[in-house]
Ligand binder design. Structure first.
Ligand code: ADP
Length: 250
């Protein structure tokens, strides 16, 4: 069992833009190994919350801890990424001319330049590591194709693979199912379920079928006006009057 203890802790986070509270006393606790879905209407503060966790936005006040001791409000984006919090944005940003394998290889050796990275010989262990990731994201048969030829869904998985190569502890995913076919969406769900436990995943998503697939009995959090409106199983959140009122409709 890899699930133990709080990995991410936000307390009374406030973020203002020109006096407007985009995040208004947000409290969030995520346990290690969780797969947490975050939902909520547009403007609820989901993106800003991710920006706070990844150091892109510094909160006006409140606490943000990674593990027991890492104070996220004191670190910059690069330091937070290095500490083990990886983020995947909506738009995939793979190197289109390079093969799938090379993209993973580059991501693994991220701290060096591209030129040096691709010339440095891979150790057997590094090769195994890449092949294991290829298997996980189910792109083994695409390994040596230029990644520009992949489908939208495959590019998204490759980018998740690239994040994994950097050995993160927490993964933040912004609308990972957006633009995917139903089949790709379902495959993504399977991928996330296989990553949960070993990794901690925080998924912001609007696609309720996808949320249903990945949540099972897991916790879902609904944000509204910069704080937590409702939290619990998907069933609890979906049946919460306040959530129906502001987000899901009647
Ligand atoms: P969500 O991701 O849930 O749609 P956001 O975090 O993007 O919500 O936005 C929360 C609120 O903060 C919105 O009202 C949005 O207009 C506002 N906001 C976000 N970023 C900025 C910014 N850089 N400047 C001004 N207002 C912002």
């Amino acid at each position: 069992d890899t699930t133990h203890g709080v990995i991410l802790y936000l307390e009374d986070i406030v973020v203002t833009f020109d006096g407007f509270r985009a995040i208004n006393k947000l409290n969030l606790n995520i346990d290690k190994g969780e797969l947490r879905s975050i939902i909520g209407p547009n403007g609820a503060g989901k993106t800003t919350m991710m920006d706070v966790i990844t150091g892109k936005t510094r909160p006006d006040s409140g606490k943000a801890f990674f593990g027991q001791t890492i104070d996220l409000t004191k670190l910059n984006e690069a330091q937070i990424a290095h500490a083990g919090i990886g983020r995947k944005f909506q738009k995939p940003t793979v190197f289109e001319q390079l093969s799938v394998f090379e993209n993973l290889e580059l991501a693994m050796k991220m701290d060096k330049g591209i030129w040096t990275s691709l010339r440095a010989k891979l150790s057997g262990q590094q090769r195994d590591n890449i092949n294991r990731t290829l298997e996980l994201i189910r792109l083994q048969d695409q390994a040596h194709r230029p990644s520009g030829l992949l489908s939208h869904g495959q590019k998204q998985w490759l980018e998740i693979g690239m994040l994994l190569m950097q050995e993160p502890v927490v993964l933040l995913l912004d609308e990972p199912a957006a633009g995917m076919t139903d089949e790709e969406t379902e495959r993504s769900g399977e991928l996330f379920l296989s990553l949960a436990g070993e990794y901690t995943l925080i998924v912001v998503e609007h696609d309720m079928d996808f949320i249903k697939q990945i949540s099972g009995g897991r916790k879902v959090t609904c944000l509204h006006e910069g704080s937590v409106l409702s939290e619990g199983s998907l069933e609890q959140v979906q049946n919460d009057e306040r959530v129906i009122e502001v987000y899901l409709g009647r």
